[in-house]
Write a new protein. Sequence first.
Length: 365
Amino acid sequence: MQTSSSAPAAPTLSPTKPHFHALDGLRGVAALAVVVFHFMEWVVPDYRQNFVGQGFLAVDFFFCLSGFVMGYAYDDRLPRMGKKSFFLARLIRLHPLVVLGSVLGLVEYLFNPFASPEHLDAGWLTLLFLGSLLLIPLPLMEARFYNLFSFNAPAWSLFWEYVANVVYAVVLHKLPRRALLVLTLVAAVVLTWVSYRAGNLIGGWSGGTFWDGGARLAYSFSAGLLLYRSRWIIPNRLGFPGLAVLLSLAFLMPYVSWNWLAEALVVIFYFPLLVSLGAGTRLAPSMQQVCMWAGHLSYPLYMTHYAGIWLFAQYYTTHPPDSRSLTLMILGGILFLLGVAYVAMHFYDLPVRRYLAARWKQKRV
């Protein structure tokens, strides 16, 4: 079974700039789609029969969104703040939940009551755990399908997000728009070839598909950055509900005979269009609050949910439930994981980031 996608977190926007609330909401929709996909790939392993069999495309949407928001947040700030401060800000924003996701994954591995005993010595466990903590890909554990990060599979997309941050600060930040356009077009060709060769765009999560993840990042991140720098923002009245439906259609898209091409077209054209529409729509204050809540919860949700998926998977394979019980189990599991994400956000991620930011500020004074 393939244990695939998850989505990277978006950069923190400058508080002095207008906020694209609808994009926050769409980030939440994509994160929820990832959770549903990870449940359902155990129940219906054949993605062609799975109602959310294209849910892994959420990661490509996240990469595109990340490129757009990175340009919006940092294109004019990076020269003033410097690369060192930029990298430290990104670490403070992203890494606390990398640590928590790794810890939860290790605890699940050691104490999952439904799993068969496995015998990895302390040295291997320590090595794999450190790899997860430090985002060093180590696709070594057969029992975890050779995921890049054995104790928190979704971290593969965070690895590429970190790569994008480095490339942005060193190269893309200074790249003229015309050169960025050429780079994006080349990346689109590479992405299409990857989809054709593999038959889909689900790769990137394992050792055998490592470079597929780089191709997915290269196109979507550069496309999002190009959208921002070209000011391709489409004013519209779709609002968040309309855009959420349009985004969900990509994840619910049925498989077709030329599926590799359909997925490539969605990533190359449809997702950038949705980002443009999301940036151009306007929301009522009440809907802005809903979108902000969804956006804040999206990163904790996807970085903490996979330990719960393994608990479900081990129970499902050893105690197969009937259809009604299975439906209730998945719905309850989704609500439970949303609760875990909320607790992680309020009682761990936000306090830790505030503490680290305050310490950083003190050292700068």
